[in-house]
Design a protein around this ligand. Structure first.
Ligand SMILES: Nc1ncnc2c1ncn2[C@@H]1O[C@H](COP(=O)(O)OP(=O)(O)OP(=O)(O)O)[C@@H](O)[C@H]1O
Length: 385
């Protein structure tokens, strides 16, 4: 293995405490032994942006391999410690998903600290079909609402994504359309693990380990935890083409117990499923009156969810079937009454769904992105086209 070049103290001064290269750097088994740096990659284009950084399509110069590189700039935040925690959580969860060969999360190839521009870098599998929010937005602009069979497919895929992540020992806590990617075959992949919470303690490998180290057999229903690491809520609100200054913070898909910061369990991710389901069938967002609705107002609305849900169902833009309403009410519900994946899969809304085929990714998706070349980003609205 080649030696890692440790930058001088002067360059290290902005690194948040207690996160060294040794804690963060990683390369997946089968990749170069050497931890790369940013100059090992050619930036081809920008595909997305988040609260504290950007995601690029990059080419590794030595292998010509195409990856997505997420650059998290910790100096952009007034709280670098929070960014450090998010970056480390994301890196750790991605390592476990990669080692377990999850097909429902992007594989992580490298993680490295870049001292020069004070960033954490995650080099991962490039998911070429764009994010689900952009796809929903395109469908809305084309006046082409989702048909019931399409909604069933995407919701069934989301159930499997969430279940898979839980089985690897994590709560996601920020399930939303922006964090769902469509892969080249048209299947859903869950991304952005910066808000995730590990339930079963496990030490993800650091430098050079590709061995399996994740927890097995998590039965998270009983494993409630305290909300001591609140998720970051920033996201685009519906229009993925809005400018950087239009970012608004929104907890709109967050479970009431997460928003209120009380004890919660893996069921919080199924509330988010309910909020997304409502949006697909109703053609409008739950708990958000307009793009001007503030984060504070959304939080209040979620706190008053009972009355607002009744109104949202009765005044929906598109009629909601009884069976869809029933599933929404089983998910947008107090935690003690909310159903989890076992009951969700048996719900009449999913009648006819072959769960084994969904799980094995052999159910034919309603839409296949068909990129024209490996770096085609036409499915991404932000920075694309
Ligand atoms: N592996 C990937 N392949 C392709 N595109 C990706 C990948 N990961 C992320 N993206 C794109 O980049 C966008 C931002 O990524 P991500 O949500 O991880 O950033 P973030 O800073 O954590 O965002 P947020 O502020 O919403 O928490 C995604 O919505 C998606 O469009």
């Amino acid at each position: 293995m080649e030696p890692i070049n440790i930058p001088s103290f002067a360059n290290r001064i902005n690194v948040p405490s207690e996160l060294s290269e040794e804690d963060f750097n990683y390369h997946h088994q089968g990749c170069h032994d050497k931890i790369p740096n940013i100059t090992d990659f050619e930036i081809i284009s920008t595909i997305g942006s988040g609260s504290f950084g950007e995601v690029f399509i990059v080419k590794e110069k030595s292998t010509q391999s195409i990856y997505a590189l997420k650059k998290i700039l910790y100096n952009l935040s007034s709280d670098p410690e929070l960014i450090k925690k998010r970056a480390k959580r994301e890196r750790d969860a991605m390592i476990i998903c990669s080692n377990k060969n999850s097909k429902r999360a992007p594989k992580l190839y490298y993680a490295f600290l870049d001292q020069d521009d004070t960033s954490f870098n995650l080099v991962m599998e490039y998911i070429s079909g764009g994010d689900f929010n952009s796809y929903c937005y395109k469908r809305m602009c084309d006046n082409n609402p989702f048909q019931l069979e399409e909604i069933k497919f995407y919701m069934a895929e989301l159930v499997v994504c969430i279940e898979n992540f839980h089985n690897l020992g994590f709560l996601h806590r920020d399930v939303k359309p922006e964090n769902l990617m469509i892969d080249k075959d048209g299947h859903l992949v869950l991304c952005d693990f910066g808000s995730s919470k590990q339930i079963v303690s496990s030490s993800p490998p650091s430098i050079g380990s590709g061995s399996s180290s994740g927890p097995n057999g998590f039965s998270g229903l009983a494993a409630t935890i305290n909300n001591n690491t609140p998720p970051n809520f920033t996201s685009f609100l519906r229009n993925p083409n809005c400018s950087y200054t239009s970012y608004i913070g929104t907890p709109q898909y967050m479970a009431v117990e997460v928003v209120q910061g009380i004890v919660y369990s893996k069921l919080c991710d199924y509330w988010s499923l309910g909020a997304i389901l409502y949006e697909l069938v109703a053609g409008q967002a739950l708990f958000v009156e307009s793009p001007d609705t503030t984060e504070q107002k959304i939080r209040e609305n979620i706190g008053n969810w009972r009355g607002l849900l009744n109104t949202a169902i009765s005044k929906s833009q598109q009629p909601i079937s009884k069976v869809a309403e029933s599933l929404i009410r089983d998910l947008i519900a107090p935690e003690r009454k909310r159903i989890d994946s076992g009951a969700i899969k048996k719900h009449p809304f999913f009648e006819g769904v072959d769960w084994q085929k969904i799980s094995d990714r052999i159910e034919t998706p309603p839409y296949t992105p068909a990129p024209s070349n490996p770096t085609d980003k036409s499915s991404f609205s932000i920075g694309g086209q």
